[in-house]
Design a protein around this ligand. Structure first.
Ligand code: ADP
Ligand code: MG
Length: 345
């Protein structure tokens, strides 16, 4: 019942030629094509139309996006209660697949350094969407602040919705290994290990931290740099089982037997791998891994959350307590072992 065959709605194509959608302005541009703000002359509303490049690979992937989003919208969230963007229509126009979405607002890159209570409110909404995705066995594969947009709401409280299922896939039918945006890429994807919906929970952890501290948590200039930051900020490292089986382990780690040689205080005896030094990577890959600037004065997660970006010495007790809870939450999400990582429910 996963109907991947695009059903071209002839009626819609006719409407297009009568200019149903009048293009107003550009909203975004990417490798896939562009997103334009249009006036829908039929419903008298603004819509966001994603116009996919007219090349077969992009077309195929967009059909996947349509298929997964249609399932999420209609089957798992018929009443639009779970913070997932609504797909309004789709059509094929001169080999461009065009997908019309409800018009949403700015992305979360515009909101940074939020108080814990707002981080909590947005987190709940994103998690709500992730429960639905998990029910559908759908991995988003590209969760990041840019793909979470503010949504208009009748209440005064702000609401967000998850967008961009352009990289999404079905759990158990994963095709690509090079997925997720680098800063939000999970350890198992970096290391080349079979992945599940747990990779979205990792990205979600990165987003939650970023909403609070106002900067990406692992802004690595290379995959090596991202992994190195993870080990430093979180302590510990991926479990030996994962490292033993992952395809890319030797790009980042050296097998050192069962002796203790890890770099984080959480590493214990039995750790059979240690991360390569930059020089060792140089030796293997002929070129030095790009390293970005370290801008956090505190490198451990708990210290980061307790002190950044505000000095916590004068914080009210309630806010200190909130931050303790935030660290606990982040620890559950940013767990190296995908089997131990918290799931959305
Ligand atoms: P990509 O695969 O290139 O990331 P997206 O679906 O994320 O494609 O769309 C690209 C950008 O277009 C988004 O980051 C956002 O700025 C804008 N956009 C996408 N969908 C909407 C929408 N429903 N409402 C408003 N803006 C949108
Ligand atoms: Mg996007």
């Amino acid at each position: 019942n996963w109907d991947l065959i695009l059903y071209v709605n002839l009626e819609l194509v006719n409407k297009t030629s009568n200019r149903r959608f009048v293009v107003k302005e550009m909203l975004g541009q990417g490798t896939f094509g562009q997103v334009v703000k249009c006036w829908d002359t039929e419903t008298n509303k603004y819509v966001a139309v994603k116009v996919i490049k007219n090349q077969p690979a992009f077309y195929q992937q967009a059909i996947m996006e349509v298929s997964l989003l249609r399932t999420l919208n209609q089957k798992f969230d018929p009443d639009d209660k779970h913070n997932i963007v609504r797909m309004l229509d789709y059509l094929s126009f001169q080999n461009h697949l065009c997908i019309a979405f409800e018009m949403l607002g700015q992305n979360l890159n515009h909101l940074r350094g939020l108080k814990v209570q707002f981080v909590q409110a947005f987190s709940k909404q994103i998690l709500d969407a992730m429960i639905v995705m998990r029910d559908g066995g759908i991995i988003h594969c590209d969760l990041k602040p840019e793909n979470i947009l503010l949504a208009p709401t009748a209440k005064t409280a702000a609401a967000v919705k998850v967008i961009d299922f352009g990289s999404a896939c079905l759990e158990g039918k994963t095709v690509y290994s090079y997925i997720q945006s680098r800063y939000y890429r999970s350890p198992e994807v970096l290391l080349g290990y079979p992945y599940t919906t747990a990779i979205d929970m990792w990205s979600f952890g990165c987003i939650v931290a970023e909403l609070f501290i106002g900067l990406p948590l692992f802004p690595g200039a290379s995959e090596y740099d991202v992994l190195k930051r993870m080990l430093k900020i979180l302590g510990g490292q991926p479990p030996d089982d994962l490292l033993r089986e992952a395809k890319n382990t030797t790009k980042f780690f050296k097998h050192v037997g069962s002796s203790y040689l890890g770099i984080g205080p959480h590493d214990g005896p039995g750790t059979a791998y240690r991360m390569l030094s930059e020089d060792e990577v140089e030796g293997r890959e002929t070129k030095r891994p790009k390293l970005g600037k370290w801008y956090f004065p505190q490198q451990r997660l708990d210290q980061l959350i307790y002190t950044y970006p505000w000095d916590n010495t004068k914080l009210p007790e309630t806010e200190k307590a909130d931050r303790v809870l935030l660290v606990d939450f982040l620890r559950g999400l940013l767990e190296f072992d995908p089997n131990k990582r918290w799931s959305p429910f």
